[in-house]
Design a protein around this ligand. Structure first.
Ligand code: PLP
Length: 385
């Protein structure tokens, strides 16, 4: 697809800051691989932006999730509660470590339905005050992966209480939610990705900031991040004699990617401003977008729209040179996960049939939003939410 054609893409990078300058610098100095000053600078910039104690950049959000599961002690035959509404990369790392996913439904925010989660733990599990076991599989449940879908956040307070009560670890998959934080309540000022044991972000090309491909793991537990860094560097214990006492991974981010990341994070507040403005402009143009939680300052990463004619609308928009996409196919129905346990999933299926995402890049002008809105209105009446 031609980047500069009149085709309006869903979510493309905006590289209008210091990217070229920092990348040139990395290249000029010769530090293009996984060691270099931009790696540290980018990690520090992420930490200071979201107020986290420590960060370790890595090759992708998926790699970050994989390492997070390992350092939290999730092992073969453990179970991890996961959402069915997410990109499949949230769940695949559970399989990488030999554990089993148990799928949960979403609520109106697309995030995990915490009421159902609580019911599942109360009714379908046995808790001895220390360990929770799944009544059906008899396996131990060790962790929950919660996703802040499309930049939204909900119910972290309740989720943290549940995890504390049941002695479960929480991984926040905040791949899509860099910059979202609570505006009020007990968690006021807390950023997505910083409230649980560990948080993971993605810098894939469609995210609010990108490094081309990449991710970062953050935590207030410095020891956990040190372990992530160690494992992402082939678990190299001694760099002169190359001693490795554990199986590690080559999951590091390069200095060139980190240089792009630093330039990107410098612009994130501006990106969020533009995304918020365009979201509101769609609404002013009469497009009934699904609301974000009003108790948070969302990063407005992805805009969602409800329709009874999902596939026809996607095709109609495509004919008008506008890219859109349906909500992810529910993961518990994917071929590799069909046999996994899922708990009373209803809402996710309802949304899957009706939700599409509309263009939301930070390069989107008001004229483009107006054009998309006009074409949408010609097609049908939206469902109200
Ligand atoms: C919710 C979610 N989790 C995980 C990932 C995986 O991140 P990456 O593509 O950087 O591996 C993504 C996006 O790509 C995502 O949207």
């Amino acid at each position: 697809m031609n980047y500069k054609s009149d085709f309006i893409q869903l979510s493309i990078p905006n590289l209008s800051g210091n990217e070229i300058c920092y990348v040139n610098d990395a290249i000029k100095t010769g530090w293009v691989s996984s060691v270099g000053e931009y790696v540290l600078k980018f990690e520090n910039a992420v930490c200071s932006y979201i107020k986290a104690k420590k960060a370790a950049v890595c090759q992708s959000g998926t790699a970050g999730l994989h390492l997070s599961l390992i350092v939290l002690g999730i092992k073969k035959n453990d179970e991890v509660i996961v959402p069915t509404v997410s990109f499949i990369a949230t769940v695949n790392p559970v399989k990488y470590v030999g554990a089993f996913p148990v799928f949960m439904d979403c609520d109106d925010s697309f995030c995990m339905d915490v009421v159902k989660l609580k019911k599942f733990l109360e009714e379908e599990c046995i808790f001895d005050g220390r360990i929770v076991k799944n009544k059906v599989s008899k396996r131990r449940i060790k962790a929950i992966i919660v996703v802040h879908v499309f930049g939204n956040m909900k119910n972290m307070c309740e989720l943290l209480n549940i995890a504390k009560f049941y002695n479960l670890k929480i991984i926040e998959d905040a791949a899509e939610a860099l910059g979202s934080f609570y505006k009020e309540g007990k968690l006021k000022g807390k950023y997505a990705g910083t409230m649980a044991d560990i948080g993971v972000f993605s810098f894939n090309g469609n995210k609010i900031i990108t490094t081309g491909g990449g991710g970062v793991v953050v935590s207030n537990n410095i020891n956990l991040i040190n372990q992530v860094k160690f494992l992402s560097t082939q678990a190299k214990k001694d760099s002169i004699y190359f001693i490795h006492d554990e199986i590690g991974f080559n999951y590091r981010m390069t200095n060139v990617q980190a240089a792009i990341g630093l330039a990107q994070i410098e612009q994130i507040e501006n990106f969020i401003k533009v995304k918020t403005r365009n979201y509101n402009f769609y609404k002013e143009c009469g497009v009934n977008l699904i609301p974000f939680n009003l108790r948070i300052r969302s990063n407005y990463w992805f805009y969602s729209y409800l329709t009874e004619e999902r596939d026809d609308l996607i095709n109609y928009l495509l004919k008008n040179k506008i890219q859109s996409r349906p909500l992810w196919f529910p993961i518990h129905l994917q071929k590799c996960y069909k046999k996994s346990q899922s708990y009373k999933i209803k809402k996710a299926l309802w949304f899957w049939k009706r939700v599409i995402n509309l263009p939301c890049s930070t390069n989107l002008s008001k004229d483009m939003v107006f054009k998309i809105s006009t074409i949408l209105k010609k097609f049908n009446k939206p469902l109200s939410f």
